[in-house]
Structures are given as C-alpha cells and as structure tokens.
Design a protein around this ligand. Structure first.
Ligand code: MLT
Ligand code: MN
Ligand code: ZN
Length: 305
C-alpha cells in the first residue's frame, strides 16, 4: 500500500495564523530550520490511482492541489478519493468536508456512530452537507471487525477504540465514549505488511499497545513534546493530556513506549502541534528523536508498505 502524508500538523497548522510563538515566528521568518505544515490528513492507496482519504482537514483544497495523483482527470468532474474515513469529529479532521460539497454523488464517509452523532448534533456538518452532495454513511465499529474500504483494494482495515478526547461541542467532552476517537490498523494483503495509524492517542491501553507491537510501521500522535508546553508558552491553558494527547517526553510518554517496540518497526510522529520544539530540525528535542530512531512526518512524505 501507499500512504501519502497530506497534512502533518495538528489543529491550527504550522505556522498557526494568529501565533507568534518562537516556532511559528521562526518558520514564518525562516530563522529556524523547519517546514511549513498543513493540518492532519493522510491518503491510502493500493495503486496510486484510487485513494481512501483519512480526515478532511480545513486545508484540503491546498492538499489536493499539492498531491496531483488525487486528481486522475478521467472526466469533467472527477476525483481519486473514493472514500473518506474520519478518525474523530474534531474541527481539524472534518471541516474540509464542506469543501467537497460539489461532489457529484453522496460523499462516502466511514466513521463510528459516536462521530456521526457529533457531526449531526454538536456540529451539524452532516446535516449541512445534506443540502449539497449528501452523505453515504458507513459505520465503523470497534469490535475487531475487519473491513474493506473502496479506494484501497489490497488493504484491510480494523478500527480500534482509543482513549483521547471528544471535541468541545460534543456531549462526550471530557467523558469519552467508545468510538469518539479511533486508531486504524491497516494490513496489506499483497505485501503482508501493516501500519497502525493514530493521530490522537491519550492513553496507552493494552489493546492499542498490542496493535502497535504487531505493526511494521506506527504513524502515531506527535502533538506535543511536554504536557504543559502550551501553558509554558502562554499559548493556552490546556495540557496535552487534557486534550487527549500523550506527550512525547517524560515518564510514561510516547518516547518510552516507542523505545519498547522492535528496532525493525518504523516509528513516525504525526499531528504535530505548532508549539512542539521537534518542528525545528536543529533542536535538541529533534536530535533526541533521531537518537531513538523516531521520524517526524512532513507534508508530501510518501510511504510504500
Ligand atoms: C485535537 O487534536 O485535540 C483537536 O484537533 C484540537 C483542535 O481543536 O484544534
Ligand atoms: Mn487534532
Ligand atoms: Zn505557534
């Protein structure tokens, strides 16, 4: 399978429009060694012709323009995107759906019942889209069901329930329910290799850890380096953990877990917040990641698995 990283930043992107933190200023002025990043999305394919889009970010139109293979141009109105999977109901993963409203058929959307509810009630995106292309909803369950999703013929998908956090407009905010946030195990039936993808992961539960251990590649939550990094910078009063993201550093942090994976596992952080010092490729934190064999995803990166 092919995985194309369309957007590697967390909500807000990098730089964030209203942020003058050292990282955002640094990338804006070119005074640090960092790449601009759009908001969290990947695309998965078997043949680089048909694709399954994971998340519809607010930057989706730019991302489609920057990834020519998503537009095969077989007819007047066309797209390579056959299906759309939503990992949660957050703004950075769903707002781009509105930009796809011109689609000639109902948008084929794969998500859990909890996400569908949040996008019908708390933030009624699906009801708005009913006035345009409409939605063809396919339920994702977290009971171990293995499914095939049109757009990635050789790949099987298994959704896992994760503990993270639901969006602020959800009735489940701070009271997580099954299906608010998922991780996805993707296995290629031709290569025999697999990827575990989870851009939002707040707790390392046993079933998640087992999935990570069995994967050849983990594409995993890299939102923040330290739990209180936004507070330290005066950017927000939220901690990483309160938002449902395990920080990389410190006791019980993501790096400790990644260290326990086999050396052969490719470890890639994704969904990086603009306050995270790892965005600076010359930073001490980035060299710590290098020492631990952990990569940082960037927009345009393509994996063949
Ligand atoms: C998250 O990942 O916690 C959210 O996307 C934050 C946000 O609303 O940008
Ligand atoms: Mn997010
Ligand atoms: Zn910033």
């Amino acid at each position: 399978m092919f995985i194309r990283i369309l957007g590697s930043a967390a909500g807000g992107g990098f730089p964030q429009w209203n942020c003058n933190c050292p990282m955002c200023t640094g990338v804006r002025t070119g005074s640090i060694n960092a790449r601009v990043r759009t908001q969290s999305s990947i695309a998965v394919s078997h043949d680089r012709c048909d694709w399954v889009l994971f998340n519809a970010s607010p930057d989706i139109l730019t991302q489609i323009q920057q990834c020519g293979v998503l537009q095969p141009a077989r007819q007047l109105r066309d797209t390579g995107i056959q299906s759309i999977v939503l990992m949660d109901a957050q703004i950075d993963h769903t707002t781009g759906l509105l930009m796809l409203r011109e689609h000639r058929q109902a948008l084929s959307i794969w998500c859990t019942a909890a996400v569908r509810e949040d996008l019908s009630e708390g933030n009624p995106l699906f009801r708005v889209l009913d006035h345009y292309s409409g939605i063809d909803w396919h339920e994702l369950t977290t009971d171990g069901n293995v499914c095939q999703i049109p757009g990635a013929a050789s790949v099987t998908f298994t959704a896992l329930s994760l503990t993270s956090n639901a969006p602020p407009y959800s009735p489940h905010r701070d009271k997580p329910v099954d299906g608010d946030t998922i991780g996805m195990m993707m296995s290629d039936t031709v290569s025999g290799r697999s990827v575990f993808y989870a851009p939002g992961l707040g707790e390392m539960e046993t079933h998640v850890w087992e999935a990570m251990q069995s994967a050849d590649v983990v594409l995993i939550d890299g939102t923040m380096w330290t739990d209180d990094e936004m507070i330290q910078r005066g950017a927000s009063n939220k901690t990483a953990r309160s938002m449902g993201h395990l920080p990389q550093s410190g006791s019980g942090g993501m790096l400790e877990w990644l260290d326990k994976l086999p050396e052969s596992t490719r470890k890639i952080l994704i969904h990086i917040n603009n306050t995270n010092p790892i965005l600076d490729e010359d930073s001490e934190e980035r060299s710590i990641l290098d020492d631990h064999g952990v990569e940082v995803a960037h927009d345009g990166l393509e994996l063949e698995i």
